[in-house]
Design a protein around this ligand. Structure first.
Ligand code: PHE
Length: 518
């Protein structure tokens, strides 16, 4: 372990009795390459052992040529050494440097002299030769080259050996720069100070506690990296529920908790009979108008319902019964058979009531609580708060003792569980309920009174033809799913909840729907 931290420990001990130290000093004192040192410094800084501050300055550095001389000798000195005692001719000296003597060419009259490509060795030799003369190493005597004196030192090399002492801007520095043996370069370095976790010896920081460390007790002497609890976790790629489904799930959970059973709603196409006629809605009712209802072309008409049931519904519409005079009009069989996209989930409830009445014949009376949540369709003009398809939640209670008071009680409890406490009931009209009540609630998020549902006691004119005994009461209420979802998830435009407008990312990031009950 220690060997691995040799460098880091050296750095830390250098700092032990000092306020600060710069990275160039450290590099020199630890005999480390500066670039390598920076790596160690950053590592120490990350562990808070030290702090660093970036600095820069100009520095004299050796050029490649300067370095070559430092590692061997200068060109002029090489020439000086090759001059023997007693002198040497230029041609012989050049031969020693591998320079071929160009044969003298006779020049033909009128012929242009061809330019010989310059020999790099010759160029270097000429330079060194010039310098050797200038530096007083050699002299020319009677056409021969001679040493000026024996045992002269390589002055340039000596100078370069003292390179570290040469100050930037000094005449020596200028000379080296002129001779291209040194140049100025800006270097970046660091001012290093003790950090909050400084200690003269580095302790490895482990990322995690291992079984091994626990078993051999090593953990007692180990340092562990602190965990960044604010670090963002990796995104998990998986399926997500659409906000409507999240709210829907929550609603069904509340209703199940209140003892309601879910009805099968898997049928978008319904006959007008179950959607309207069985609900004692007159055939001339504006809601059936082509503006509100989507009628189907193919098949246009639905299958026959039980003829007994059909005739009972027909006579209730035409002449009434159970104390009512009905609507007094000619009921059309064909109109009732028209296929439509169901306009409300009460179509599911009417069918269910007929089925329950059938069961009463066999098993006798039993109370029931049902609910449904599913899609309905209306031919609306689309805007930020209206779609042609939306969801309804409906609750139905079939009970001899069911009353308006109980209906209000169930509604209060249901809304309490989704965090809406203040409720108002306002009388209204539905063809199939009497009395009927619109439900208003004080919305804690919107901070105002909003209409949140509709409700009522199903009329005897509706229940009697379906076969529900006269002493059995059926209370029901319904509300939309989109509105509470939009409020809960702060969705401003209903159109962004369906089709290509849905943003997958938003669906992903939406939290679970958990209503806070008061
Ligand atoms: N069907 C009604 C609507 O679409 C809601 C409702 C359901 C009203 C049950 C009374 C009873 O608005």
């Amino acid at each position: 372990m220690d060997q691995k931290y040799d460098h880091t420990n050296q750095i830390l001990s250098l700092l032990e009795n000092k306020e600060s130290i710069n990275s160039l000093q450290i590099a020199q004192e630890t005999n480390t390459n500066h670039q390598e040192l920076v790596g160690y410094l950053l590592q120490l800084e990350a562990s808070n052992y030290i702090t660093t501050e970036g600095l820069k300055k100009d520095q004299l550095v050796l050029t490649e040529e300067g370095n070559t001389i430092l590692n061997s000798q200068s060109g002029e000195y090489e020439i000086y050494q090759k001059v023997p005692e007693g002198g040497i001719s230029m041609a012989d000296l050049q031969k020693q440097f591998g320079i071929e003597q160009a044969p003298k060419q006779k020049q033909e009259q009128g012929e242009k002299k061809e330019k010989q490509p310059e020999d790099p060795k010759k160029k270097l030799f000429d330079l060194g030769f010039g310098n050797a003369k200038k530096m007083g190493y050699i002299k020319m005597e009677k056409g021969m080259i001679n040493k000026v004196a024996n045992d002269l030192p390589d002055k340039i090399k000596q100078e370069l050996q003292q390179f570290n002492e040469i100050k930037l801007g000094s005449p020596q520095a200028k000379l080296l720069i002129e001779r291209k043996l040194a140049s100025i370069s800006t270097i970046k370095y660091f001012e290093v100070k003790k950090g909050v976790k400084y200690s003269p010896k580095f302790r490895e920081q482990f990322a995690a506690l291992t079984t091994e460390q626990l078993l051999n007790g090593e953990w007692k002497d180990c340092d562990y990296k602190s965990i960044n609890l604010n670090a963002e976790g990796e995104k998990i790629s998986m399926g997500n529920l659409h906000p409507l489904l999240k709210v829907r799930k929550q609603f069904s959970q509340i209703l199940i908790g209140l003892g309601f059973e879910e009805m099968a709603t898997n049928q978008f196409v319904e006959s007008s009979f179950w959607n309207f006629d069985a609900l004692f809605q007159p055939q001339k009712h504006p809601a059936r108008d082509a503006h509100d209802t989507f009628f189907c072309n193919d098949p246009e008409l639905s299958e026959e319902v039980d003829t007994q049931l059909r005739d009972k519904v027909k006579s209730m519409h035409q002449t009434g019964g159970v104390g009512s005079i009905g609507y007094q009009y000619e009921w059309s069989h064909e109109e009732a058979r028209k296929n439509i996209l169901r306009t409300h989930t009460t179509a599911v409830s009417s069918k269910m009531l007929y089925r329950i009445a059938q069961q009463y014949k066999e098993k006798g009376y039993f109370p029931k609580k049902y609910f449904s949540i599913d899609k309905v369709f209306r031919n609306e003009t689309l805007d930020a708060t209206h779609l042609a398809e939306f969801h309804q939640i409906e609750g139905v209670v079939i009970d001899k003792n069911a009353s308006l008071g109980q209906l209000m009680g169930i509604i209060r409890e249901f809304f309490r569980q989704i965090g809406i406490n203040k409720l108002w009931f306002k009388p209204t009209y539905n063809p199939y309920t009497e009395p009927s009540m619109e439900i208003y609630g004080y919305h804690p998020i919107l901070k105002k009174k909003v209409e949140i549902g509709n409700s009522g006691v199903f009329r005897p004119e509706m229940l009697a033809p379906l076969g529900i005994p006269e002493d059995v009461n059926v209370i029901a209420w319904g509300l939309g799913l989109e509105r509470p979802t939009m409020i809960y998830y702060d969705i401003r435009d209903i159109r962004t909840m369906v089709g290509p407008e849905v943003k997958v990312e938003t669906v992903r990031s939406n939290a679970f729907c958990v209503f806070e009950s008061k």
